[in-house]
Design a binder for this molecule. Structure first.
Ligand code: FAD
Length: 408
């Protein structure tokens, strides 16, 4: 191929966001609103990741269960967007004391409605969106003097062929740390239990609530479960195609079994009134890879003050518990110019369980988007930014950064 033709295959931007889940969307919106030229690459046709393609339709809380909101910014904006074209109500959460579930600032939404609103928000913000675009390699450079490694961009497979995307800063929001892993960053993985959430319709007005189905006539059928809930063996890692295939097929086999039994119990006509209407098009792994970061969130550290905190995440499992998110958990160890947002940040055990959910993913996405835009504007690498500058700007956007600020 001639040099000119090769050059035509290169796209450039200030901030390149890989993966259009909740974290990637938040990162792209924030960076673009901060004035950066942003490209967002997504391998499916839908923004939203597990929250839309994966049918995970419970936007866990922004509050601590005691009437205090602790997560702000795009995490709240996206929660409200999830209801713009569909159902969902924010419960009365301000009066709650020690409140769980429906006494918290959370919402159950329609995944399809959320997609429509995310499309609109990305377009309004001027993000250049590439769907059906699979990130498949990291472009890593070595600085000539120090020998330090930095990510300069990625290669992506598209219908039109393989393209190179070069950026001032790259954000890995793939959920699986695909960019970090391919750039040689040390990553850890954990086992999952089987999960398959499917949309279930039961159109008989007087239909009894079906097993594990919530929300009335259209609800979510959930098979499998979190290993802490079901105590089930958790052999699934989600890192190889044959295993991902078995995971998807086993989940769907369990959904089939459910309908076979439900139809057998209710009689032959039940097939006409009670049936599946949507299956996840993304494997529902809670965790695949997470990065080794410059800082790490560890189990039991919910009481810890982190001086580098860039945001608060309420513990969705335990009212009253709030975690501080250290900036270094979004910075992969040993490489420059790369930020990581969403469920693959450096958090383990119950810290990871708190940080992997939708509102925390949106929060870390926004922080990465802001930092990437600042780095691009200042001509620096994000790891060289002063954390105090990021913190000042986040506070100006309404963020709380430390647990002792929550009561004010
Ligand atoms: C069974 C289950 C139940 C859950 N329950 C809840 C719940 O009730 N409430 C809650 O808040 N959270 C829940 N979660 C967690 C939550 O859904 C996710 O962790 C969260 O949505 C993660 O967002 P993310 O943006 O970090 O990652 P993801 O949603 O995984 O998004 C990553 C995006 O990157 C794209 N991508 C990946 N690799 C590439 C690549 N190589 N090239 C291009 N694009 C790529 C994907 O297609 C996807 O769109 C649950 C998760 C599971 C699996």
């Amino acid at each position: 191929m001639a040099a000119g033709a090769r050059e035509a295959q290169v796209r450039r931007c200030d901030v390149l966001v890989c993966g259009g889940g909740v974290a990637g969307v938040a990162a792209a919106l924030e960076a673009s609103r901060e004035g950066a030229r942003v490209i967002l690459l997504e391998k499916t046709l839908l923004p939203g990741g597990l929250a839309t393609s994966g049918l995970i339709n419970v936007y866990l809380p922004l509050c601590d269960g005691n009437g205090h909101q602790v997560t702000f910014g795009l995490a709240e904006e996206l929660l409200r967007l999830s209801m713009r074209y569909g159902p969902g109500d924010i419960p009365d959460w301000r009066a709650a004391r020690n409140g769980g579930g429906n006494a918290r600032f959370r919402v159950v939404f329609s995944p399809a409605a959320f997609v429509l609103a995310l499309d609109e928000a990305l377009q309004d913000a001027g993000v250049e969106l590439w769907l059906d675009t699979l990130v498949c390699a990291a472009i890593v450079e070595k600085a000539s003097e120090s020998g330090a490694r930095r990510v300069a961009g990625i290669e992506a497979e598209t219908k039109g062929g393989r393209l190179r995307f070069l950026a001032h800063t790259v954000i890995d929001a793939t959920g699986d740390a695909d960019v970090a892993h391919r750039a040689g960053v040390l990553c850890h993985d954990e086992a999952n239990s089987l999960a398959c959430w499917a949309l279930d319709a039961n159109v008989l007005a007087d239909a009894p609530t079906t097993l594990q189905t919530r929300g009335g006539r259209i609800g979510m059928l959930r098979v499998g479960g979190h290993r802490a809930e079901v105590g089930a063996p958790a052999p699934w890692h989600g890192l190889e195609a044959p295993e991902i295939t078995r995971f998807a097929l086993e989940g769907r086999a369990q959904v089939r079994r459910y309908y076979r039994e439900a139809h057998a119990a209710a009689g032959p006509e039940a097939r006409q009134t009670h049936f599946p209407i949507a299956l996840p098009v993304m494997a529902q792994f809670r965790t695949t890879r997470r990065i080794e970061g410059r800082e790490r969130m560890r189990p039991g550290e919910m009481e810890c003050r982190r001086e580098t905190s860039v945001g608060l995440a309420p513990d969705w499992r335990k009212p009253g518990c709030v975690w501080e998110t250290p900036w270094g958990a979004l910075l992969p160890a040993g490489i420059g110019n790369l930020l990581v947002a969403g469920r693959c940040i450096a958090a383990e055990g119950d810290a990871w369980d708190v940080m992997r959910v939708i509102p925390a993913a949106a929060m870390t996405g926004q922080v990465c988007g802001l930092a990437a835009a600042l780095a691009a504007r200042g001509g620096s690498s994000p790891e060289d930014l002063a954390v105090t500058e990021i913190q000042t700007r986040l506070r100006a956007k309404g963020f709380l950064l430390h647990r002792d600020e929550v009561v004010r």
